[in-house]
Design a protein around this ligand. Structure first.
Ligand SMILES: [Zn+2]
Length: 478
């Protein structure tokens, strides 16, 4: 008896399943790569990557609004992304929270932000009073974050404030050989005239400002009055703002300045990291100034009489849209480390295009068994990556064809390496985005729908992983 074989269509779409399996594998490979870079990476910026361009006005404003909203949660990666869309009479602030759903603290922060703005409009306040009120709001809500950032400046290379000051001072002295006239930035010259009535004291005033910032005693702020806290915060922000616009740092970040060319790489990296951290405090001040100078008049203009009246009455005008409530939370997945870090690093070391030929098998095995490697992750342990808030916001706006001001997305912290890479590879709408910190975050999840972009990110990441492992191997066996 012959049996007829008929082609039976499987109930499950095998192709779709294998596509899903491939995407999952890719997502896990990305997580492994990011964890290696984060854990082993000394992948320091090179001379070419230590330029420090300033954000444009609209990003300064959006970043600043994000900073006003972000929560002071102790858990890592609780950042916020913001974009603004406007039609005559109506302004929408689109917010994406890194913590998945907005926290109580974030809700309170945006409510206070809106109240402060409403109060300014109701009382028809001039720019300097609006600045004062928003500074008061920041002192009330954002002081812990600002203190944390000042602490980060104080120990920029791991040493204490005294060490940081000595290092900075000696670099300023060396700089004066290249620029005998010293500090000529408007900010410090004006301050020197105000304090000493002498323009030629600007360099001393600059050094003193940095010294004051380092002497800012954080522990004391627990005991000081709200007014003193406010004063501390305002002067710290102002000092940082002046320092990032100083002649000294300008000579550091501009590629062809003789001082920069004379710097040893370790000194350049120190100053690069220093200005990066100073900028994170300065943007509270510069962002606020931009918001009051340009943002407030713009809002008044867009709202018009009716919108303004609605806003003052609390019946519209400016509305807040937390996009997390529209985005399906199935973007959060649990994954498991499929391989041990030793085995993975062993595989990377065996890659043909890695220049670690001088290592014999024992040396390779030694590298794989170092504590740094074995402690990178635990095979089988769970990890819950998520789509970062800036990508969630970007996808939300694209899917709904929402036009936002300047095609700009602001963030409360510099963008991570993978988000930046993903947006660059995406090559869709011309998004204006914040700078990247260049740092890898190992909780990164590929947004759904574009595995080709995941593959492109993974290719770039694998190169980065190769460099990091190579450098680590050279550290172990110089
Ligand atoms: Zn990111």
């Amino acid at each position: 008896m012959t049996r007829r074989h008929s082609f039976i269509k499987p109930k499950v779409d095998v192709l779709a399943l294998s596509r899903q399996a491939l995407t999952t594998k890719m997502e896990v490979d990305i997580l492994i790569g990011l964890r290696i870079v984060e854990h082993l990476g000394r992948d320091q910026p090179t001379k070419n990557s230590t330029n420090h361009p300033k954000e444009d006005e609209i990003l300064q404003i959006l970043n600043w609004i994000s900073l006003c909203i972000v929560s002071d949660s102790p858990s890592p990666y609780c950042d916020v992304a913001v974009a603004i869309s406007a039609q005559p009479g109506n302004v929408t602030i689109h917010i994406s929270s890194g913590s998945g759903s907005p926290s109580q603290h974030e809700h309170e922060n945006i409510a206070l932000f809106i109240d402060t703005l409403r109060c300014a409009f109701l009382n028809d306040l001039g720019p300097s009073l609006i600045v004062r009120d928003f500074l008061g709001m920041l002192a009330h809500r954002a002081l812990p974050q600002i203190i944390q950032k000042i602490r980060a400046v104080q120990k920029v290379e791991g040493g204490g404030p005294e060490y940081t000051y000595k290092r900075f001072y000696s670099l300023v002295c060396a700089w004066l050989h290249h620029r005998p006239e010293g500090e000529i930035s408007k900010g410090f010259v004006d301050l020197a005239v105000e304090l000493t009535r002498r323009e030629d004291q600007a360099t001393n005033v600059m050094v003193q400002s940095f010294f004051d910032l380092l002497s800012y005693n954080i522990e004391d702020t627990q005991r000081t009055t709200p007014q003193e806290k406010y004063q501390h915060m305002v002067s710290a922000m102002a000092s940082c703002d002046l320092l990032v616009s100083s002649t000294f740092f300008d000579d550091v970040i501009n590629r062809d300045k003789p001082y920069r060319l004379s710097l040893e790489i370790t000194d350049l990296l120190f100053l690069h990291e220093l200005i990066r951290r100073l900028s994170q405090i300065a943007c509270y001040q510069s962002g606020l100034e931009e918001f009051v100078d340009r943002g407030v008049p713009y809002l008044k203009h867009v709202l018009g009489c009716d919108g303004m009246e609605n806003f003052k009455q609390g019946t519209g005008g400016i509305i807040v849209n937390w996009i997390n409530t529209h985005v399906p939370q199935n973007t959060i997945k649990t994954r498991y480390w499929p391989i041990s870090p030793s085995d993975k690093i062993g595989q990377v070391l065996a890659t043909e295009n890695l220049e670690v030929d001088h290592l014999n098998p024992e040396m390779r095995e030694y590298i794989c068994q170092t504590e740094v490697v074995t402690g990178a992750w635990m095979q089988g342990e769970a990890i819950t990556p998520k789509v970062h808030c800036e990508l969630q916001l970007l996808l939300y706006l694209e899917e709904r064809f929402i036009d936002v001001n300047g095609d700009a997305i602001g963030t409360s912290a510099p963008m991570c390496w993978a988000c930046h890479c993903y947006i660059k590879k995406r090559n869709s709408r011309k998004w204006r985005i914040s700078q990247t910190s260049g740092k890898a975050r190992d909780d990164w999840c590929l947004p759904p729908g574009r595995p080709d972009l995941g593959a492109a990110v993974l290719r770039s990441l694998n190169k980065k992983v190769g460099r990091v492992v190579e450098e680590y191997a050279c550290e172990c066996f110089p």
